[in-house]
Design a protein around this ligand. Structure first.
Ligand SMILES: [Zn+2]
Ligand SMILES: [Zn+2]
Length: 197
């Protein structure tokens, strides 16, 4: 196992298909961006969905939720982008590997394991399948996993400091833009949810 992949697995704390996909994606993004990554303060990662792959993206690109340079675009696809926000130059990798991936056997086996109904044989099959698929993902030519392009994108809005005001129910200071104007009170999302419940 390569050291970089090992680091990603360690950060993620388990070995799974998506961490392998995230590792392959991050490898492409970092390599293709090259000099565009010289000043990491100018770099953001844009990710299209929430999967285990994101831990590899965070570990390998150095863009993290905590640093606010990992942005979940929530477009609902396995698409990973690294962008230099100054030049707009970006590398985009869409994982088309899943398009034709047959999940059925995995799903059935995982379901049985989850329900505690799996036989020793089923457990072993799941383990073997997982290992084989990870090996395949790690060894596959990039073109079999990703469609890579080099778009030029405008800079995303980075969240960070925001003007805060107290919620008129709980009193907790909240991003003003996220307080909703109720009938007579400005409420935070938590209090709004309580009221609706
Ligand atoms: Zn995972
Ligand atoms: Zn509140």
């Amino acid at each position: 196992m390569k050291k970089v992949f090992q680091d990603a697995v360690e950060f993620h704390r388990h070995l799974c298909l998506d961490i392998a996909v995230g590792y392959r994606a991050a490898e492409i993004l970092v390599r293709e961006m090259g000099d565009e990554l010289k000043n990491m303060k100018e770099v953001v990662a844009l990710v299209g969905n929430q999967t285990c792959a994101l831990d590899a993206i965070q570990e390998i690109t150095g863009c993290t939720f905590g640093k606010r340079n990992l942005i979940l675009t929530d477009v609902g696809k396995p698409v990973y982008i690294l962008q230099n926000t100054k030049t707009g130059n970006s590398v985009r990798a869409y994982c088309h590997y899943w398009d034709t991936f047959d999940h059925s056997e995995f799903r059935a086996l995982r379901k049985a394991v989850k329900k505690n109904e799996a036989t020793a044989e089923q457990k072993a099959t799941l383990e073997r399948l997982t290992k084989e698929t990870i090996d395949k993902i790690l060894a596959a030519p990039e073109s079999e996993l990703f469609q890579v392009s080099r778009p030029v994108l405008s800079a995303p809005k980075i969240s960070g400091k925001y003007p805060a005001a107290p919620c008129e129910a709980c009193g907790e200071h909240t991003d003003e833009a996220l307080l909703s104007e109720g009938e007579d009170k400005r409420l935070c999302k938590e209090c709004l949810a309580l009221k609706a419940a």
